[in-house]
Each structure stands twice: as structure tokens, then as C-alpha cells.
Design a protein around this ligand. Structure first.
Ligand code: NGQ
Ligand code: ZN
Length: 473
């Protein structure tokens, strides 16, 4: 039978029966799900009878994955820096090229790129995204007539595609620790703390009206000096004392060294001592921490924002996932630069990085959840939901009906039990999409593996990228 459709009359109240569903406690059989008109689950009942009038999904049902870190515009640039420049290429030489690319983008191009990106995310198992948005101004660095121009383009892209959104306008003021003046490549990003707070006020009703969550992202300790950080956090609290806060924290060893030179502390330690880090925070790329930082950051309740494919692509270094889990740390995944847009592959690479470093196998599993793929999926959904500030924490009552039906007819999955099908989806589907359908807030967005906008959005993306490449050649 087909996946659920919006009910007649435009309401979204609906139901679905799944022979196998991955609930927060693990796999369950014969699960009946019901959700209300707002797309919130009202009923998650295992061992139910299959009601005759309710559609049954054909493959295992898993929770939709929140993508906790995205710079949408970078998707049009993915794959274009895989050549040797002068000397030794690094994160920093990549960043120079990325700035050059960012300098050219128009709001319409950003919208086309984001729309296609969100289509791809939905097709690849992400049902919501945290957009870490710092491309604020026009090409000359001057604010647009409407200061929210590009933020609104991102909101429209999310709304059109149906992906859930946490919008994180980025505070960016400096080029290095302690408030060093920004450089020319950063002119589109830079704004005063006061203008950031005005932007948040401007965006609040827009976000509310489409069910998006609004937070704030101090870009990094490199880009925001201590006084500005304090002032921005106080301003955010006055607007919404529960809003999520995301920051890039310790991605590169050069960044750790510069922070030590500036403050005598490593970035994570500095942040924990100078900011009220708690469960509202997402520490993106907390890659380089010492043992004490792993322990303290995990105890803060913050989510570690892991972006395995981007971190590999940029040569960041390896997060010590085992140490983080041993300390009880929460975590989720993001596709960040979008060198790869696939929730399953992020989980696979996260596990493989640890296997390579530790020379062990099945590292993310434990006695309670021996299947690595299930353990990874469940933890990343929980952590991703926390970082998103939205009720997207999986298949339980009160959470949004965000879910993915695996394609039981895909050769990698066919004939397997649900647990093995998920393992094959994560580890053995060879980049082929083993996803049949995807629902966000109970609405079908991907059917037979395809989003309704697939073709149009792809064409608009390719056109935008061609314009950009022609302009820069
Ligand atoms: C960004 N991206 O803001 O897009 C950063 C690079 C920076 C990643 N860290 C720029 N992956 O950190 O200065
Ligand atoms: Zn980032």
C-alpha cells in the first residue's frame, strides 16, 4: 500500500501501521501510529492489530533524522575544491576558496541551491535541518534593503520542500581571537550585535508562522569576542530564553593553538568557563578536546555537533566518540558543507573513523542496543532533536510525525529482517538510496524515493551553479 497521504479536506490528521518500527526503546512489531492535525504523534502502539482502514508501510519504519548543521550555499561548491593548490592544502586554503565562492552569490541563487539541497536531504533521510546562516549582506558587504533577505530565501526553501527548519542567524565580527578586525572575504557576514538582535526580532514572526525554530549562532570564538558573546546571549535570552545556541568550537588544531595563545585556555575549556553552556547549546566540531574538556562538555548537557564527511573532507581530525559516549555526551550529525548529503553515510563514517583509530568493531553499540546502526540512529535523532529545539526526537507521543520508510525492495535490503535492513541501509547500500518514502509532520514529502520537486529543483540548482561558474571563469 502507498505511504499515508494528507487526509481529504486538507487536514493532516492521519495514521499508519508499521510491521516494524524503530521506537526510542528499539525495534517494535506491529506499531500503530496516529498523529493530529498539527502533525504531532498522539498514539504509538506496538503489538497492535492492523486496522483495515489504515495504510500499512511496506518497509521498516525509522525516525527521520534531524540534520544539525548546514551552510546551504556551500552545496553548490561541493566537489569543486578537490585539486591541489599551491603548497599544502588544508581547511584554511579550502576556506579561502569558499570565501571567493560566497562572495558572488545572489539571494535567488542561494534560494535555488537551498531548495535543491533540502530536496536531497529529504530524499536521504533528513526531515529537519539547522541552518547556520552567515551570508547576510550584499556582495559589496552592505546590508540588503531588507536585512533578512537571504534568511527569508532559506525560510522559503524550507517551506517549499517541507523540511523542518531551525534557523540560526550567525553573529560574525572578527577574523581571530580577541576581536581582530574582519578581512575582506568576511564582509558579507559581519554585523553588530545590535543589528543581530534586530534581525532576530524581524525573523521571529516569519519563523513562527511556518513552525520553524529561531536560535542564534555565534560563529566561533575566532569570530566573536567575549563582550559581544555576552551581550548577544543576553539579548537572545530577552527574546527567547529557550532558543538554541550553536557555535563552531574546536575544529582545527591551529584554532586551539591560537586560543591558547590568546587566553591560556583551549576553546572548549574557555567556553565552558565563560558562557552558560547547557542543553540549549550545540558544540559543532568539538573535535579537539583534552580529557577534561570531554568530561566537562559532556556533563554540560550540550550536544556535540558531528559532521563526519565534512570533517574528513576538510582534514579536521577525529573526534573521540568513545570518550564522549563514556562521559554520557549527547550528539547528533550534520552535513555541514554538503560534500555528502546522506544521513546513513554520516553514521557510517562516524563509526568507521572510530574503527580505524581504535582497531575495533561495532563501537557505537552496547548491551542495550547491540545493533550499531540502530544505536547510531536513535542517539543521533535524540541529540539532533535537542540541538534543533524542536519536537523531532523520534517515534513517541508528543513528537512530530517525522519518519522514513526503508525500501524493502532494494536489493541491499530485500528479504532481510528489520534490524538487518537498517544495518544494510547504513553500511551496505553502497550509496544507493534505500529509502521509499519520507514524511514530515505526517505529510508525505518523498514518495518512491523522490521528492515532488526533484526535477524542477535540480534544474534550478544546476542553472544557478552554471551562472556562478561562468561568472568566475
Ligand atoms: C564555515 N565551515 O563557517 O562555513 C566553516 C568554515 C570557519 C566549517 N567549519 C569557516 N566546516 O570556520 O572559519
Ligand atoms: Zn559549519
Amino acid at each position: 500500500m502507498p505511504p499515508p497521504q494528507p487526509s481529504p479536506g486538507g487536514g493532516r490528521g492521519n495514521a499508519l501501521f508499521a510491521c516494524d518500527a524503530l521506537l526510542p526503546s528499539g525495534w517494535a512489531r506491529n506499531v500503530l501510529l496516529r498523529w493530529d492535525g498539527a502533525g504531532r504523534l498522539t498514539h504509538v502502539q506496538p503489538e497492535a492489530e492492523a486496522p483495515a482502514d489504515i495504510p500499512a508501510c511496506e518497509g521498516p519504519l525509522i525516525p527521520g533524522m534531524p540534520n544539525l548543521h548546514s551552510h546551504a550555499f556551500q552545496h553548490a561548491f561541493a566537489g569543486l575544491t578537490e585539486f591541489r593548490g599551491s603548497g599544502e592544502d588544508s581547511f584554511w586554503s579550502w576556506r579561502t576558496l569558499m570565501y571567493r565562492f560566497a562572495a558572488q552569490l545572489s539571494p535567488a541563487q542561494v534560494e535555488a541551491i537551498a531548495t535543491w539541497l533540502y530536496v536531497e536531504m529529504l530524499e536521504a533521510g533528513y526531515t529537519s535541518v539547522c541552518e547556520f546562516h552567515y551570508l547576510h549582506h550584499d556582495r559589496d558587504g552592505r546590508p540588503y534593503a531588507d536585512d533578512a533577505e537571504i534568511a527569508l530565501a532559506l525560510l522559503r526553501a524550507a517551506e517549499r520542500t517541507g523540511i523542518g527548519l531551525t534557523l540560526l542567524p550567525v553573529l560574525y565580527q572578527a577574523s581571530g581571537f580577541g576581536g581582530q578586525p574582519p578581512n575582506a572575504g568576511q564582509r558579507r557576514f559581519v554585523r553588530s550585535t545590535e543589528s543581530m538582535l534586530r534581525l532576530l526580532e524581524r525573523l521571529r514572526p516569519e519563523c513562527d508562522s511556518q513552525g520553524a525554530c529561531l536560535g542564534l549562532a555565534p560563529h566561533s570564538l575566532r569570530a566573536v569576542a567575549p563582550d559581544a558573546l555576552k551581550e548577544a546571549l543576553a539579548g537572545l535570552d530577552a527574546i527567547d530564553a529557550t532558543a538554541p545556541i550553536h557555535i563552531h568550537i574546536a575544529e582545527q588544531t591551529a584554532e586551539v593553538e591560537a586560543c591558547l595563545a590568546w587566553s591560556g585556555q583551549r576553546p572548549v575549556a574557555w567556553l565552558l568557563d565563560h558562557a552558560p553552556v547547557d542543553a540549549r547549546w550545540c558544540l559543532v566540531h568539538a573535535t579537539h578536546m583534552d580529557a577534561d574538556e570531554y568530561r566537562r562538555a559532556a556533563a554540560s548537557g550540550a550536544v556535540a555537533g558531528l559532521c563526519p564527511t565534512t570533517e574528513a573532507n576538510l582534514g579536521d581530525g577525529l573526534f573521540d566518540f568513545e570518550a564522549w559516549r563514556a562521559a554520557g555526551g549527547r550528539w547528533g550529525v550534520g552535513s555541514d558543507s554538503h560534500i555528502c548529503v546522506n544521513a546513513a553515510e554520516e553514521l557510517m563514517l562516524l563509526e568507521y573513523g572510530q574503527r580505524l583509530a581504535k582497531r575495533q568493531r561495532n563501537i557505537a553499540a552496547d548491551a542495550a542496543q547491540p545493533s550499531v546502526a540502530a544505536a547510531l540512529t536513535l542517539a543521533a535523532v535524540q541529540g539532533g532533536a535537542q540541538a534543533s529545539g524542536r519536537a523531532v526526537a523520534g517515534l513517541s507521543v508528543g513528537q512530530q510525525a517525522d519518519f522514513v520508510v526503508l525500501d524493502a525492495s532494494h536489493p541491499a535490503l530485500a528479504g532481510l529482517c528489520a534490524a538487518d535492513a537498517l544495518s544494510s541501509h547504513v553500511f551496505a547500500s553502497h550509496r544507493g538510496n534505500a529509502i521509499a518514502s519520507v514524511c514530515v509532520a505526517g505529510q508525505t514529502r518523498v514518495k518512491d524515493g523522490r521528492h515532488l520537486l526533484h526535477q524542477d529543483a535540480a534544474a534550478a540548482f544546476v542553472a544557478a551553479r552554471s551562472q556562478l561558474l561562468t561568472a568566475s571563469s
